[in-house]
Design a protein around this ligand. Structure first.
Ligand SMILES: [Zn+2]
Length: 269
């Protein structure tokens, strides 16, 4: 396999791959505002770069990147593109169903967009699991590297948000040319602890969706929630290696410990 990217291979390469390997990684991201210091494609850039590296280190194929996700709140700033949630569900459903049809039995969705993409993605893979018997998982770089992120985190409570510390450090490491550290500003909310940005990160919280008006206001008219002023390329590198290591372990787990019996292979029609 010359390239881990599915689209850079020939069909015969894929046929050969499937004779001894059944795993594939599917990167999904988002094109949405990331304040004034990070590019709109941040979540997708992270997903595709991490997927590529994990693919190379484990000889695993990677499906073409899915650039656009579900990001209605980020429509508060220009350039953001959002799918309707059912479009994202259907997109990922059709891609994975096509892959299962050809003989891929273990699919790891690498989601660069954290919690906003999760509901549509969870619906897609739960349907596919029940219908086909294939093994599907969603791995989110942010959650799979949570332990190291807590260890190296510098920002105060509330510093984890959007275009914030860890995401910014990661981008400084992966794509320095697309970032502008001079534009990074801090925006820590004094919210009630129940209302933190991400229920997976800040503990006992309540989910309260934003609309474009409240999001723009809460993001200080800039698009940042949290503190990217403490971000460094060095911490981005530590974080990156930890998350790649954990994802490699996930691929190994899929390959060696997950047994699958695919019951149904169908063309999405
Ligand atoms: Zn992001």
């Amino acid at each position: 396999m010359k390239s881990v990217w599915l689209q850079e291979n020939k069909w015969e390469d894929v046929e050969g791959y499937l004779q001894n390997k059944k795993t594939i990684i599917v990167p999904v991201g988002s094109v949405e505002q990331h304040a004034k210091h990070l590019p709109l494609g941040t979540d997708s850039f992270v997903a595709l770069r991490v997927a590529e590296e994990v693919g190379q280190k484990t000889n695993t194929l990677v499906a073409p990147p899915n650039w656009v996700g579900w990001a209605p709140h980020h429509m508060a700033f220009p350039g953001t593109i959002t799918l309707r949630p059912e479009t994202l569900t259907n997109l990922v459903y059709d891609i994975c169903k096509s892959l299962v049809y050809h003989g891929f039995e273990k699919i790891i969705i690498l989601n660069g967009h954290r919690e906003a993409n999760l509901p549509p993605l969870k619906i897609a893979i739960t349907k596919l699991r029940n219908e086909t018997g294939a093994f599907l998982a969603i791995a989110d770089p942010f959650y799979i590297a949570d332990q190291i992120a807590r260890e190296i985190k510098v920002s105060e409570p509330g510093g984890v948000g959007h275009a914030a510390e860890m995401e910014t450090s990661h981008m400084y490491y992966l794509y320095p040319d697309l970032c502008d550290p001079s534009k990074a500003v801090k925006n820590i909310h004094n919210k009630h602890p129940f209302l933190q940005h991400d229920p997976f990160v800040e503990g006992d919280t309540v989910f309260v969706p934003s609309d474009v008006g409240t999001y723009r206001e809460g993001a200080k008219n800039i698009g940042v929630v949290g503190d990217p002023t403490v971000s460094t390329k060095e911490n981005g590198e530590i974080y990156h290696h930890a998350l790649v290591k954990n994802l490699i372990e996930l691929v190994r787990y899929c390959e060696e410990e997950v047994t699958v019996e695919v019951r149904k292979r169908e063309i999405p029609l």
